[in-house]
Design a protein around this ligand. Sequence first.
Ligand SMILES: NC(=O)c1ccc[n+]([C@@H]2O[C@H](COP(=O)([O-])OP(=O)(O)OC[C@H]3O[C@@H](n4cnc5c(N)ncnc54)[C@H](O)[C@@H]3O)[C@@H](O)[C@H]2O)c1
Length: 438
Amino acid sequence: MTDLYTQIANSPVGKLIVKNVGLPQPVALERFSAGDPVITGPVKFGAAPGGRLVGPVSDLLQSIGVEPPAEGAEMKAVVFDATGIETLEDLDVLQSFFSPVIRRVQSSGRIVVLGGPDDASPAQRALEGFTRSVAKESRRGATANLVRVEPGAEDGIVSTLRFFLSSKSAYVDGQVVRIDDAAGGPVESSWEAPLAGKVALVTGASRGIGAAIASTLARDGAHVVGLDIPALLDDLDAVTSGIGGSSLALDITEESAPRAMAAHLKAEHGGVDVVVHNAGITRDRTLGRMDHDRWRSVLDVNVIAPQRITAELTKGKGLLRRDGRVVGVSSISGIAGNGGQTNYATSKAAVIGLVSELAPALAQRGVTINAVAPGFIETEMTAKMPVALREGGRRMNSLSQGGLPVDVAEAIAWLGDPASGGVNGNVIRVCGQSMIGA
Ligand SMILES: NC(=O)c1ccc[n+]([C@@H]2O[C@H](COP(=O)([O-])OP(=O)(O)OC[C@H]3O[C@@H](n4cnc5c(N)ncnc54)[C@H](O)[C@@H]3O)[C@@H](O)[C@H]2O)c1
């Protein structure tokens, strides 16, 4: 989708006007292409005294071949292990470490703060305000995120750190992620093909965000079973045939759909490893004008079907294999609420509830469930919005632009990674740190 403002703001004359008038300055975000390394450019790594993650982070940085910046030089990323911060006085180390380096973070740079559990001390909780403010201060497409690592989960940080250091996380900004001690222990995966040998089911895969999820999971090595309504089978085939996947034409709200899906996955693949509940609809009306059909159809597609499908795939021994991953697609409307969308926001908040409800039980069998909550994403849906609303949606975030379907897909691929077993019960907003619901 064309974002004319961003194009103008990045032209030589446009740049000058935007700067002088104080308008938002979106930059073209760097995005991942197949074959790219985790990160190119120097990474500054520091730690508060007593940090638990110095060893694991140093090992990872060494394994991906990054160097520290030369004295006074720019850097692509800054990583700070704040797990050793215990008292409020200890917080001084954040200022003394970051203030001299923060202005030397390059365009599309990455700032990752690593903390401990948020209930460990007020000082650990403080990391949230710090990181979210750093994200808001960051310019030129740089992002800042906080990764909380529970004691005992130190060996499970690799996939998450790789994601947040790389351009795969271009539109994930100001987020807090929690990594627990993964049930079943840490699993390794390769950067190039983390989903090699895995089977992924993606609902609503014929277009938009679903098509991007399908091709991103296929890029990462998965065989993708794309699902959509029978009326869109041609479009679905066009997506799946291009990525070596297969198609399943089903309406997920049909009573028989979960069983039909399970039967297909069992017969063709013996099971499934990654399930992405992406299919979703909107039927907007203010509550006073909302008829029961509009209300119920949105709940049916967006959350009742995902609940029934997940139950079917995990019942008994379960078709969802060990190290399985379930990802729901929520929305910032489900977090912040949105006028005219009581049905949609209710359903998308319920997706988050489903994640909280199922995460502990699924962890027992080595399976995780998480949700992504997209903000303004450039799709056919958002292209149809009235222009003022669309421009507002695009600019009201720290990156001053809309995200792309691939940004949502990359976050899902990270959550789907077998090495992300410690990331369970999280809701990750893919919203460029939207001001809505922040
Ligand atoms: N576009 C955004 O900015 C945005 C923001 C937040 C959340 N989301 C969510 O992301 C997801 C994808 O959104 P999109 O913009 O790509 O939407 P889209 O309308 O382009 O695609 C949704 C897909 O789901 C399929 N689908 C709908 N009902 C179905 C059913 N009963 N059975 C099987 N498939 C069905 C549709 O046929 C379609 O292919 C949705 O869950 C949406 O709510 C989108």
